[in-house]
Design a protein around this ligand. Structure first.
Ligand SMILES: [Fe+2]
Ligand SMILES: [Fe+2]
Length: 288
């Protein structure tokens, strides 16, 4: 029997919806448990969620995923167009019914969908032309580095030197900027460095780095440092900072970097904040 128009095909669609719903519920539960400090509960929900996503993927694969990239992008553009219209309509309804907050949310999501459509349209254009897509995502260069703190990195009281932590942060910022720009980079500025908690010898230090803003030749990297106490698994935020790195060519001259493509609301917020810092710096330099 052909799967098309069979009862089993309908069931595969149901499986996909149920499993994706379970995935989101469990991811949400995992985050709530993590916030409440229940690490094992969070892990169990997280891993179950991953398994539900695998279930969904099996069903999705059986329903037939197109291997043709251009056809997939065309379909995505259609979906995003439909989604944009859907959110406009639902926002109007919510407004009429007096749910102003929900209406505002629908409008915000609708703007996001429209943005997806624009990006996919640009992608299709570059695929048609055979030209590479301009720019890179935040995800492309984001990274986590881990290092155990040893006695040589600390003072006699067992506290890790601030300079050791800054070196780690500088390394992470350098790798992120290098990944985004595929070039040598130098540190131009360190902003807003905050030592929130002292770090002790024997702690595992986790450095999270992600690009927030891109100028012509400079890149701003947000760094967050957490320490993990290996005796109980407890994590504490220890430091945060913003590093500005500049891409340079073989002669050490500043070099243009690819634009940053932002997707999520958080990425957009960080981008705008980064741009404000960038503009403030340019204004201060012009006055000096
Ligand atoms: Fe499942
Ligand atoms: Fe979308």
């Amino acid at each position: 029997m052909d799967l098309k128009a069979s009862k089993t095909e309908q069931n595969l669609h149901k499986v996909f919806e149920h499993e994706m719903r379970a995935y989101f519920e469990y991811m949400h539960a995992a985050e709530a448990a993590s916030d409440a400090g229940l690490a094992l509960v969070a892990d169990m929900f997280y891993q179950t969620a991953r398994n539900e996503a695998e279930h969904a993927e099996h069903a999705f694969t059986l329903l037939g995923v197109s291997g043709d990239i251009k056809a997939t992008v065309r379909q995505a553009i259609e979906h995003e167009e439909e989604a944009t219209a859907f959110y406009q309509e639902t926002a109007d309804v919510a407004e009429k019914e007096g749910f102003d907050k929900i209406a505002a949310l629908f409008r915000r999501i609708g703007k996001g969908e429209e943005n997806h459509k624009i990006k996919f349209t640009e992608l299709l254009h570059s695929l048609d032309q055979g030209t590479p897509v301009e720019g890179r995502t935040v995800r492309h260069s984001a990274l986590t580095m881990a290092q155990l703190m040893l006695p040589a990195q600390a003072n006699p009281a067992g506290f890790v030197h601030g300079g050791e932590l800054m070196k780690l942060m500088d390394n992470a910022a350098g790798v992120t900027a290098g990944r985004h720009s595929n070039s040598y980079v130098v540190t131009a500025q360190v902003n807003d460095i905050r030592f929130l908690q002292p770090v002790r010898v024997g702690a595992l230090v986790l450095v999270y780095a992600k690009i927030t803003f891109v100028g012509r030749t400079s890149m701003e990297i947000q760094i967050e440092v957490e320490t993990e106490d290996l005796s109980n698994g407890q994590r504490t935020k220890a430091l945060t900072s913003y590093y500005t790195m500049v891409a340079v060519d073989d002669e050490g001259q500043p070099k243009q970097v690819p634009p940053l493509i932002v997707y999520t609301e958080e990425e957009e917020k960080l981008f705008n904040e980064g741009m404000q810092r960038y503009n403030a710096r340019k204004t201060a330099q012009a006055k000096a």
